[in-house]
Design a protein around this ligand. Structure first.
Ligand code: ATM
Length: 265
């Protein structure tokens, strides 16, 4: 007998007799396979989680709306949302976080408010949508916290990462689009937009930060993207909205086949 046969024999002897011999237990398993319900849940179709990041004025909101339109037109269910402000609690927190002169906020308090906003948003909006098969397109997420509170305000990146290991904060996007822009250009656009929309006081707290702050945010985003090239796609945001829209669709077409321009008639 070869060593191989010997191994086979000893394995067969270790099995319970009914399975080893093809007895009643084995045939019952063949007729009525028992599937772990957790595996069944995992095989159901979940939505994809895509986040958009970038400095102020990089055009995230425009691009998210355009992407949602494309997906919906192709029959793909998609939800657009944002942080801060995607949940009921978040809508209360947003003016506190972004308003000019509402109340002084310590960097650590600011971090914890963004984290509170995120927990509520994940539980109330993001998780139920993904579980029902709806794609979630989110304007800012964890990378914003790392870039603004970490790289720009100087809070410990490891502290932020540690907080985001606890559910539901441990959810990571399937893809992140980083709209990259020179801070001078972005700030100029953001200030003009806030003036036009009358939002300079309600949402202008970050536009009042020094240019250097926004440079640190941008550099932080680029460092994050470099560290995770599989998740991030960087798009130069100086181009026209139409050009950026086409580029974004192209960069997501592996996840969403309906965005593949070669499939268009
Ligand atoms: P939007 O204007 O893109 O919605 O962003 C609001 C601000 O929230 C943004 N300000 N600027 N410039 C960055 C800030 N923000 C953080 O500082 N940390 C975070 O975790 C999030 C989600 C947003």
């Amino acid at each position: 007998m070869s060593p191989h046969d010997d191994t086979f024999d000893s394995r067969a002897r270790d099995l319970p007799p009914a399975v080893a011999s093809g007895g009643p237990l084995e045939s019952a398993m063949r007729v009525e396979p028992r599937v772990d319900p957790r595996l069944l849940a995992a095989s159901r179709r979940w939505g994809l989680f895509v986040t958009f990041e970038g400095i102020e004025g990089s055009g995230k909101s425009t691009q998210i709306a355009r992407l949602a339109d494309r997906l919906l037109a192709a029959g793909d269910p998609a939800l657009t949302t944002r942080e801060p402000g995607g949940s009921a609690l978040g809508r209360t927190l947003r003016p506190l976080l972004l308003g000019v002169g509402i109340a002084p906020i310590e960097p650590l308090a600011e971090l914890l408010l963004y984290v509170a906003d995120r927990v509520q948003h994940l539980r109330e909006v993001v998780e139920p949508a993904l579980a029902s098969g709806t794609h979630v397109l989110c304007d800012r997420y964890l990378d914003a916290t790392l870039a603004y509170q970490g790289y720009a305000r100087g809070l410990d990146l490891e502290l932020i990462r540690t907080l985001h290991r606890t559910p539901p904060l441990d959810r990571r996007p399937d893809r992140t689009i980083l709209l990259d822009l020179e801070p001078e250009l972005g700030l100029d656009r953001a200030r003009r937009r806030n003036d036009d929309l009358g939002l300079a006081l309600a949402e202008g707290r970050y536009e009042r930060e020094a240019l250097d702050f926004h440079r640190r945010v941008r550099d932080g985003y680029l460092a994050l993207a470099e560290a995770e090239p599989f998740r991030f796609r960087i798009v130069a945001a100086e181009a026209s909205a139409e050009e950026i829209e086409a580029r974004v669709a192209d960069l997501l077409s592996d996840l969403f086949p309906s965005l593949d321009s070669e499939d268009e008639p």
